[in-house]
Ligand binder design. Structure first.
Ligand SMILES: *Cc1c(COP(=O)(O)O)cnc(C)c1O
Length: 364
């Protein structure tokens, strides 16, 4: 038996004809970078989010990096974020020359705790990057309140949460900018790298469009230093095909998550907590237990994949030694990194497989 943590091949088989036709039409069009598929995808993703502008870029990491650049954040500035996320979220802050400031997470949702974020605000703070972890949006209202009070930008790291809702608002619709990744394993994933920034601010949108093509509005004329960070037509064409299925796929993830919840209730294994005002799109189904490592070993012995997201919180990474954090500084993030485990989940996972995984997990 072999059950992967994430099964991309089954999904491909289910949409193979549509995908191949879309790729073929790009190849025959002779237009391969930032063409009509990218423009159509930008409109479609912006519409899904209920936001005015979408700007396709090369990755989720670049969506974050270009957002910081477009907001003019750089040396001397501080940006508050969560230590319990993929490395990109903090890496980009350092890349623009600013300093990441880590605030602890809420132990129930694993998302940035707004009270902890508030405590880290200094006169140098310019922005907060909440991450919508595992498909559930962070508690944005108190963060937006802080942003108004201290004149900060909110950059949503929505890489794991396309389609999710917070108090009825879609991921991406509440921040100054919001960033999506189309990395293959994401809920909307291409067959390579890709990303997008969405924003309601027309000036930020214009700056992002400049930044992604070397600061150039007219070819060979450059008004600022930018990047080479473009989304290609093949990925955009694939993503347009997949976007049509996204709602259904997210609903299938939710249904399988609900089944896991039911089967694991009362087992002592803690299932994901979703706030009543949130609709999670379950990018990952993450349980927690002090016996995490034994559970992982038990699954792996039965040929079942599982994953640890993330084993070392960012404030304790070697690269951030110079920031002076110590073990114990952000206890909830540290505890989560010791106790959480992602179980297999995806739109194509059958009910039967979920039952088998839970049976193995509970050792019966
Ligand atoms: C995937 C991810 C990123 C980075 O996206 P890439 O497309 O891989 O560059 C950033 N933040 C979070 C939370 C992610 O999950």
């Amino acid at each position: 038996m072999s059950i992967p943590l994430i099964d991309l091949k089954t999904q491909y088989k289910s949409i193979k004809d549509e995908v191949l036709a879309a790729i073929n039409s790009v190849l025959e069009s002779g237009e391969y970078i930032l063409g009509r598929n990218v423009a159509a995808l930008e409109s479609a993703v912006a519409e899904l989010c209920g936001v005015k502008h979408g700007i396709g870029v090369a990755s989720g990491t670049d969506a974050l990096l270009l957002s910081l650049s477009a907001l003019g954040i750089g040396p001397g500035d501080e940006v508050i974020t969560t230590p319990y996320t993929f490395f990109s979220t903090a890496e980009v802050i350092s890349k623009v020359g600013a300093t990441p400031v880590f605030a602890d997470i809420d132990p129930l949702t694993y998302n940035l705790d707004p009270d902890q974020a508030a405590k880290r605000i200094t006169p140098r703070t310019r922005a907060i990057i909440p991450v919508h972890l595992f498909g559930q949006m962070a508690d944005l209202d108190p963060l937006l309140e802080l942003a108004r009070e201290y004149r900060l930008a909110i950059i949503e790291d929505a890489c794991q949460a396309i389609g999710a809702r917070y108090k009825g608002h879609r991921a991406g619709s509440l921040g100054h900018t919001a960033c999506f990744s189309f990395y293959p394993t994401k809920n909307l994933g291409g067959y390579g790298d890709g990303g997008m920034v969405v924003t309601n601010d027309i000036e930020i949108a214009a700056r992002l469009r400049l930044l992604r093509v070397h600061g150039s509005r007219t070819r060979y004329h450059h008004s600022i230093h930018g990047y080479n960070s473009r989304l290609d037509e093949i990925q955009a064409a694939v993503l347009r095909v997949k976007l049509k299925h996204l709602d259904r796929w997210n609903r299938q993830r939710q249904a399988r998550a609900a089944l896991y919840d039911r089967l694991l209730s009362g087992s002592g294994i803690v299932t994901p907590h979703v706030e009543p005002w949130n609709e999670s799109v379950y990018h990952l189904y993450v349980v927690r237990s002090p016996q995490r490592d034994q559970l992982k070993a038990r699954l792996s012995g039965a040929g079942i994949g599982s994953g640890v997201y993330y084993p070392l919180p960012l404030h304790l990474q070697e690269v951030y030694k110079g920031l002076g954090y110590r073990t114990g500084d952000l206890p909830e993030a540290e505890r989560a990194s010791r106790e959480t485990l992602a179980l297999p989940l995806g739109p194509d996972l059958s009910e039967e497989t979920v039952r088998l995984i839970v049976k193995t997990l509970l050792g019966n």
